[in-house]
Design a protein around this ligand. Sequence first.
Ligand code: GSH
Length: 253
Amino acid sequence: MTLELFHNDMSTCSQKVRICLAEKQVEWVNRHVDISKGENLTPAYLALNPNGVVPSLVHDGRAVIESTVMCEYLDEVFPHAPRLSPADSATRGEMRAWLRFIDEVPSMAVRVPSFQHVFLPRFQKMSEAEFAAFANRNPLRKEFLRRMGRNGFSQEDYDGAIEQLDGSLARMETALADSAWLIDGQYSIADICLAPLLQRLEDLGMAAMWQPRRPRVGDWFARMQARLAYQAAFYPGARLTDVFPALRERGGA
Ligand SMILES: N[C@@H](CCC(=O)N[C@@H](CS)C(=O)NCC(=O)O)C(=O)O
């Protein structure tokens, strides 16, 4: 059995799959993809993942794409403990509804402050024509890159993303009112998919979005960070602040 993960240290989507792999304690082959060098857009990588994004999982030669799909796949293919999905269909449906929401709302929204505060300088160095050509090469992210442009997001787009993140944290605080984990008191893929997003916000200096006003989210995040699997996924170099230490000085939204 060979399990290869094409991923990037700092990518939130890669981090959630690394948490699942560590929870399941399965061996995997490290295929690091350097996004800053465009390794996710080479013909070889696009043949694996036509969306041109990381991660991609290759299990015995067969590719699985979409990080949330990979998490469910790993739990199915390696059904040993810890189980990362509820056993009964209705509760599993609840988890999947959360997963859909996480993919559509906070996972997309967190990209806005990440690019605005950290990745933008890379694009500012390009000429307008180079930037347009780069955006065009991205199968999935053209529109996002065009919206950002070389000068960053408009205030309206930025505020909209913050509002979506705030709404997601509010939903979490409510879900955690009578449950230690998001779904029915059981640690699951829903927790795993959200944690790297909070890690990203914390590294961007935005933990005030839940501290101190959303204490249950704070407590949940502390329990996530204490897990061995979490620490395995966030090895040195995986956090934004490892690579951009100046971020530690950045305050607030
Ligand atoms: N829905 C996809 C999204 C993957 C995605 O957006 N990956 C980001 C890193 S977290 C990426 O590869 N970005 C390429 C880029 O920013 O150029 C998934 O969950 O696998």
